[in-house]
Design a protein around this ligand. Structure first.
Ligand code: AMP
Length: 352
């Protein structure tokens, strides 16, 4: 069996390896800074845990391999400008937007998109980083170092944020997880919950949207689509051509988790419909230390990424899965975490 190389050696790479190991696959996440000569064989396969990367000795070796799955798709979705252009071309709903050019001024933004406009850097923004609000009431101007490097988006007054994770095989077959409800605080994902009965009514619409995009890109593997729900409408906020934080609950709550599905798809192994188990929720561990006493909490699974703890940094996550909602609610009361977690735990409690 050939080796599956993963560009990137963060938590997503580690979880891809974990999911592929029982299948007998040799999965090797690669630190992009390594100077090693990678023993890549002709029939090996390459995937990535991130949508963009600097050119380094390691990424050059991986990105020139003939079996790098979706290689052409990464730059198109990693740049918010080309990502938005794809959505427009496919007539998939997204927040109204325009590119911020060298000569764009804030008045144009207010006239075109309204009095609150969110600029997002074309590249490299994540977890709410790389955002800049323009507010007409405060007369905000566009800083020079955003010109030519950003898109501007209308502020969306959404009801809630949902995401869809799907997988597509080489032959075009597709499977999807149920929609996941997500809570972001300051642009960073704090908590997810899935499945939710009340989101069932949007499932087929969401699947059609992500399916259309994956087909158009001839995409292979797992892709995530983050949406704003506004009334009955879904507006696509962002696409990720990789396994995604809002799909982590599937490790506890589905017969095949998103990581295994991605590994199966890119290595051309059979895909199968996902059986969802009971009720799941996920709490991201952001800038907090590990506490092994959490393991006393019923239905809890801990994933600790062994990263240095820094404010705002994702350092682990907790999955919960149970058929008994009272077990999940009890678990929430037993978690003591600093601000802003009380808000996130309350949100989970309310939505269970
Ligand atoms: P992003 O980096 O695009 O995923 O944005 C991070 C978070 O910022 C989202 O999950 C939303 O909570 C918020 N956000 C992004 N775009 C908009 C928008 N156009 N209007 C309002 N909130 C937004």
């Amino acid at each position: 069996m050939s080796t599956l190389w993963v560009l990137g050696a963060g938590q997503l790479g580690a979880m891809l390896k974990q999911a592929g190991t029982p299948l007998g696959l040799d999965i090797r996440p690669v630190d992009i800074e390594t100077d090693e000569v990678l023993p890549l064989a002709q029939d090996d396969i390459v995937t990535a845990e991130r949508e963009e990367w600097p050119e380094t000795a390691a990424t050059k070796q991986l990105a020139t391999h003939k079996n790098f799955v979706n290689l052409d798709t990464f730059p198109q979705l990693a740049d918010r400008l080309t990502q938005k252009q794809w959505l427009d071309r496919l007539e998939l709903a997204t927040a109204p937007w325009f590119p911020v050019e060298e000569d764009t001024d804030a008045d144009y933004a207010y006239q075109t998109l309204g009095e609150r406009v969110l600029m997002k850097r074309r590249r490299g923004g994540y977890d709410g980083k790389g955002q800049y609000w323009l507010k007409q009431t405060e007369n905000t101007a566009i800083p020079d170092d955003w010109k030519g490097l950003a898109i501007a988006e209308q502020a969306i007054n959404f009801d809630e944020e949902v995401s869809l994770v799907g997988v597509r095989g080489k032959n075009g077959e597709k499977y999807f997880y149920p929609l996941t409800l997500n809570l972001h605080i300051n642009g960073i994902l704090y908590a997810s919950i899935s499945p939710l009965k009340r989101l069932d009514q949007y499932q087929s619409k969401a699947e059609a949207m992500l399916g259309k995009l994956m087909d158009a890109l001839d995409y292979v593997g797992v892709m995530a689509m983050e949406c704003f729900r506004v009334g009955d409408e879904l507006l696509i906020n962002e696409l990720a051509p990789r396994v995604h934080n809002s799909g982590h609950w599937s490790q506890a709550g589905a017969s095949i988790c998103q990581f295994e599905n991605h590994v199966r798809a890119v290595t051309n192994l059979p895909l199968a419909p996902v059986q969802v188990k009971n009720q799941s929720m996920m709490v991201n561990l952001i800038g907090v230390d590990v506490d092994y006493q959490w393991l006393n909490i019923k239905a809890l699974e801990l994933y600790w990424y062994k990263k240095e703890v820094r404010p705002g940094r994702k350092v682990g996550h907790l999955n919960f899965c149970s058929a008994d909602i009272s077990v999940l609610k009890q678990g929430l009361t037993e978690l003591t975490l600093p601000a802003p977690y009380p808000e996130a735990l309350e949100w989970l409690e309310k939505n269970l």
